[in-house]
Ligand binder design. Structure first.
Ligand code: FEO
Length: 164
């Protein structure tokens, strides 16, 4: 058994992780249009990671005998004027996701649901990495994107990102 409030929040988070995948795929599409296939690859891998997060949560609910309700995934509607704005939106989104995970943790803590707290520990750690990855990308962008050679090199480097 899982507390009803906790189960509802995890079920909602399945949708939010899928939305994250959609959002990052949209970022990837933006970079494809801009001719920056390395950046596009980086966000495709990010989208795959988000689907993995959604599947982990879905499986946790199923393993605990619950029905998983799938909701509609919102259309990503962000418009960007610069490449850096996309990266900034990525970091802001990860900070938002961290707050969502913390909120689920708070509720699990309130009802002393230790198994869910233990399950969420992986996500708490993962969010540290997710925010760091987004910050590191922004730092690299600030260093390398001032001229076209630098941007080309960074784009080449980002082609190497693979799903871990
Ligand atoms: Fe599922 Fe990027 O956090």
């Amino acid at each position: 058994m899982i507390d009803k409030k906790v189960a509802k929040l995890i079920n909602e988070q399945v949708n939010k992780e899928m939305y994250s995948a959609y959002l990052y795929l949209d970022f990837a599409n933006y970079f494809e249009d801009e001719g920056l296939d390395g950046f596009a690859n980086w966000y495709v891998v990010q989208a795959q990671e988000e689907m993995d997060h959604a599947m982990k949560m879905r499986q946790y609910l199923i393993d605990n005998g619950l029905h998983v309700e799938l909701d509609a995934i919102a259309k990503p509607d962000k418009k960007f004027k610069t490449h850096t704005e996309v990266l900034e939106a990525g970091l802001a989104h990860e900070q938002y996701v961290s707050s969502l995970i913390n909120k689920i943790y708070d509720v699990a803590f309130d009802v002393r649901e230790y198994k869910t707290m233990q399950f969420l520990d992986w996500f708490v750690k993962e969010q540290v990495e997710e925010e760091k990855n987004a910050e590191d990308l922004l730092k690299k962008m600030a260093i390398f994107s001032n001229d076209s050679k630098g941007l080309y090199s960074l784009n080449q480097e980002l082609k190497n990102r693979k799903l871990a």
